[in-house]
Design a binder for this molecule. Structure first.
Ligand code: FPP
Length: 257
């Protein structure tokens, strides 16, 4: 059998602006499989294969944080066999890639309800987090059993438990109790698979993110596609609610009152 060499990655394009945090909704595995007459589980397997090259590429671009959403709180409602196949892929991903990710300086983190994961996956997630905790080349958040609203509810519950008085609750304080505490907010949120919606992903953190929607189904989303998303981002002008020539100093100037 002749084994074809893996195609070489295209040259790394220069980006004028590199997002610090990129978050991806990996959508379209099911349709990718169905269009080929395969089972949905095959689509998820192909989706898991697509993750590694994207991690490598965003790291090469100098992105600091990559969040990959593999399983939402709502996905628990899918047929049991499909849920199992996705959870097993999470386990296999860690088993196959932990060592090389660690060697490449990737720090693994988990976003979401780790307690809801079966013990055989939870243990691996915890091992991966421990093992890579001092790495700093790229932070890789695996959002598994993650929902944006649940994240906010958890944060508010923590503050209530801590007895924080209502008037001391600020955006910064809520942010400091979210799963992403201490990380830069997502600058770029990519969603593959053709749907143009947010679906409860990082709903607090992505308030000022740039969105990039593509019809490409996740298993087909490769190096060239992620480069295109990053290049599009680097061309966008972000204003954070301001206009050109805004003078934020006047906000504290009472002379205009
Ligand atoms: C959305 O596609 C994708 C998922 C619900 C699962 C994503 C899982 C992986 C990429 C692999 C496992 C994850 C890890 C962390 C290793 P869909 O099933 O909603 O596709 P459809 O919209 O075409 O039906």
């Amino acid at each position: 059998m002749v084994v074809e060499p893996a195609p070489a990655a295209p040259p790394l394009p220069h980006l004028h602006v590199v997002p610090r945090h990129v978050a991806i909704t990996m959508d379209g595995n099911g349709r990718w499989a169905e269009s080929r007459g395969l089972h949905r589980a095959d689509g998820h397997r192909a989706g898991a294969e697509a993750m590694r090259p994207i991690i490598e590429r965003v790291g090469q671009h100098g992105v600091e944080v990559l969040t990959l959403w593999g399983f939402s709180t709502e996905n628990w409602g899918r047929p049991r066999a499909e849920v199992q196949s996705i959870l097993r892929l999470g386990r296999d991903f860690i088993d196959r890639h932990l060592e090389e990710l660690d060697e490449a300086g990737v720090q693994l983190r988990h976003l979401g309800d780790v307690d809801r994961l079966p013990g055989w996956l939870r243990g691996r997630v915890e091992t991966a987090i421990d093992r890579t905790s001092s790495n700093s080349k790229l932070i890789l958040n695996l959002a598994f059993s993650y929902g944006g609203r649940a994240d906010i509810v958890d944060a508010v519950q923590q503050l209530v438990r801590e007895g924080v008085p209502a008037e001391q609750v600020t955006e910064e304080l809520i942010g400091s109790r979210l799963a992403t505490a201490g990380l830069p907010e997502p600058d770029l949120l990519i969603r593959t698979g053709g749907e143009i919606r947010v679906s409860n992903f990082l709903v607090w953190q992505a308030a000022y993110a740039e969105y990039y929607f593509t019809d490409t189904l996740w298993p087909d989303f490769g190096t060239e596609q992620v480069d295109a998303a990053l290049m599009e981002f680097s061309k966008r002008q972000r204003r954070f609610g301001l206009v050109d020539g805004s003078d934020v100093d006047h906000l504290s100037d009472e002379s205009d009152a």
